[in-house]
Design a protein around this ligand. Structure first.
Ligand SMILES: [Zn+2]
Length: 358
């Protein structure tokens, strides 16, 4: 499989909602659009087919002001999973999650890994100004940007979208980690796809970044940045019957569990009711340093699973499909930037890409 690389937008593409793009594109597609400053901004949309805010932001931007005016900076647009978008799904049953298959992923190599390696090399050769990958969440979350390195330029790029910035190093194989090896790269999380304010916010932000001449080398001031580090991924153990409607036999989460997103929840907060006769751990906290943090994070008291210490969840979802195929949420802790940024760390890592092709 080869990536499709175009120099112009196909006719009427900008009129199409995400669900119709598959009629015009047969797979992941890169489109180069020229602007006054030739160094491109890379914008990636629809890596997850049901996360439509990014595509809607791009097409509104290009159909509006930039239908008349030249772009202030070249745009390299990457349109991801159009087949999944046609069905309103994150990815299809015969596809992996696209945002786990970029260089640096640890999974078994597939045709998708080879395709995304090829796209990564193409993007690297374009020497991008910055790379922005636009997503939505499935639970109630504030809009936020995420980075994979604590480094001045990408923290600045992230804080222009939201004061809330999340630093994460797991899961592996995400695009922002691959592109972040040669350019400042951020992931945007624009809330629920169905809510228009995510599209509005992404569109305003992309226009702002297209107008930037450079990114400062100073870390944003503390009043413009709240940085959180994801330290654990929370999953439901294999074979556990769970739901959010109070019917499952093993583990019953409240229907509004996602109200805890980005809130520091106190020790002893109930996360689910649980059948204690099952004995073994149903809810697992996998530390991003490889340790099992389940005992550290959860206690079973009577028929309740409670937090054993204060915790702040992110990306808590009440979508059972996402919980089964990805995770329930991540746990975060607040980071003080000054503690973590030394002069050496403000420089990007050397531009060495892990090769996943033989
Ligand atoms: Zn996504």
């Amino acid at each position: 499989m080869q990536a499709r690389i175009l120099d112009t937008l196909p006719d009427r593409l900008l009129d199409q909602p995400a669900q119709e793009l598959h009629r015009f594109l047969d797979g992941p597609t890169l489109i180069h659009l020229p602007g006054r400053n030739p160094q491109p901004l890379v914008v990636s949309v629809l890596q997850h087919g049901n996360e439509t805010s990014g595509w809607d932001a791009v097409r509104r931007l290009l159909k509006g002001r930039y239908a008349r005016d030249q772009l202030p900076r070249s745009l390299l647009l990457l349109i991801g999973n159009v087949r999944a978008a046609a069905r309103g799904m994150r990815h299809l049953a015969d596809q992996p999650d696209f945002n786990r298959c970029w260089p640096g992923s640890r999974g078994p190599e597939t045709i998708w890994h080879r395709l995304f390696s090829q796209i990564t090399r193409h993007v690297q050769r374009s020497q991008p100004f910055a790379c922005i990958d636009v997503h939505n969440n499935t639970g109630q979350n504030p809009h936020y940007a995420a980075v994979n390195q604590i480094e001045a330029q990408r923290l600045h790029l992230a804080s222009l979208f939201s004061k809330t910035v999340v630093y994460f190093t797991e899961p592996a194989g995400v695009q922002s980690m691959a592109f972040g090896r040669f350019a400042p790269a951020v992931t945007l999380e624009c809330g629920l796809a169905a809510e228009r304010d995510g599209t509005d916010h992404a569109m305003t932000y992309l226009d702002q970044v297209l107008h930037l001449d450079s990114l400062p080398n100073q870390v944003p001031e503390p009043d413009r940045l709240e940085l959180f580090e994801m330290f654990a991924t929370v999953k439901v153990a294999q074979g556990i019957d769970f739901d959010f409607q109070g019917q499952a036999s093993d583990l019953r989460f409240p229907a509004d569990l996602d109200r805890y997103n980005f809130r520091e929840i106190a020790r002893g907060t109930s996360l689910a009711s649980y059948d204690p006769a099952l004995g073994s751990a149903a809810l697992l906290a996998e530390g991003h340093d490889g340790r099992d943090l389940s005992q550290d994070c959860f206690s079973i008291e009577g028929n309740q699973i409670r937090t054993r210490r204060p915790l702040m969840p992110a990306m808590l979802t009440t979508d059972e499909y996402v919980v089964r195929n990805d995770c329930l949420c991540y746990f975060m802790e607040r980071l003080c930037v000054e503690q973590r940024v030394s002069p050496d760390q403000t420089r990007p890592e050397p531009a060495a890409l892990p090769e996943s092709e033989p």
